[in-house]
Design a binder for this molecule. Structure first.
Ligand SMILES: NC(=O)c1ccc[n+]([C@@H]2O[C@H](COP(=O)([O-])OP(=O)(O)OC[C@H]3O[C@@H](n4cnc5c(N)ncnc54)[C@H](OP(=O)(O)O)[C@@H]3O)[C@@H](O)[C@H]2O)c1
Length: 244
């Protein structure tokens, strides 16, 4: 029976992913800042078939304490097979409008927080001489979106970090998966369901779990139709965004 640890499990994609792996009989380690949401998820996951569920509070913005907190969480769990760095935020930001604090918050959580989490998992897996690190990036790592410059930059950064980490960690028998979701209906942004090819979190979680279990290096979610459009990601005309 495998053990998976997920950050940002208290809502949205992380929550749906926890329930998907619960159905698959995994042991779950679920992390987030909202412990009340994690407690109700714990009950639901057990009812769905999880072998065991442990929850813990983790704020990835407190980057300097992430390693210590994760190490003790991993030790309590015993062995960990898969670590998913999913915690993330988004917000509309505007370039040149004195919005640096909002842009910095996005970079802090999505880049520094994710790197701190991945670093801690890599150290644990290197000792264990095996493991699987999954990063939840975004199609925004490849598509330039107006009013999302900080978010796109954060996801491009984490995708590149994952690619480099994959090469570096291979000698420790650690594999790395970069998941790039399109639009998934969660609380991350208002009205996200109005964007092209938006899917429910349950569908995203199913496709993500399949990619993780197959040990894919990269997975666009949903694969259809986004993979068909991948060659055109750098050539989207400006007027496209005016229609959204
Ligand atoms: N929804 C989409 O369309 C979409 C598309 C591409 C990529 N993604 C990525 O998918 C991931 C999950 O997003 P979502 O859509 O599921 O959004 P969500 O419903 O808002 O969930 C975000 C999760 O991240 C956690 N989180 C946020 N800041 C945190 C922090 N400082 N420390 C620890 N946990 C933190 C939240 O938990 P607490 O508040 O309890 O801490 C929550 O569980 C993000 O990385 C996002 O960028 C989403």
């Amino acid at each position: 029976m495998k053990t998976i640890v997920i950050t940002g499990a208290s809502s949205g994609i992380g929550r749906a992913l926890a329930l998907e792996f619960a159905k698959r009989g995994y042991r779950l380690g679920l992390l987030g800042r909202r412990t009340d949401a994690l407690a109700s998820l714990q009950q639901e996951a057990v009812a769905c078939g999880a072998a065991a569920v442990m929850t813990g509070q983790l704020d990835v913005d407190a980057a300097s304490s992430v390693a210590h907190q994760l190490q003790s969480f991993f030790q309590t769990l015993g062995s960990v097979d898969i670590f998913v760095a999913n915690a993330g935020i988004n917000a509309f930001t505007h370039v040149g409008k004195d919005e640096l604090p909002a842009e910095m918050r996005i970079i802090q959580t999505n880049v520094i927080g994710a790197i701190a989490s991945i670093d801690a998992a890599a150290a644990h897996f290197a000792q264990q001489k095996s493991g699987h690190i999954v990063g939840v990036s975004s199609l925004a790592s490849m598509i330039a979106v107006p009013k999302q410059a900080a978010y796109c930059a954060s996801k491009a950064a984490i995708s590149m970090y994952l690619r480099s980490a994959r090469i570096e960690l291979a000698r420790h028998n650690i594999c790395v998966t970069d998941i790039q979701p399109g639009f998934v209906v969660t609380d991350i942004m208002p009205d996200i369901g109005k964007y092209p090819f938006a899917i429910p979190a349950t569908k995203a979680a199913f496709e993500m779990a399949e990619a993780i279990e197959k040990g894919r290096e990269e997975a666009i979610v949903p694969a259809f139709p986004w993979r068909l459009f991948k060659p055109f990601f750098r050539h989207i005309p400006n007027f496209f965004w005016k229609r959204l």
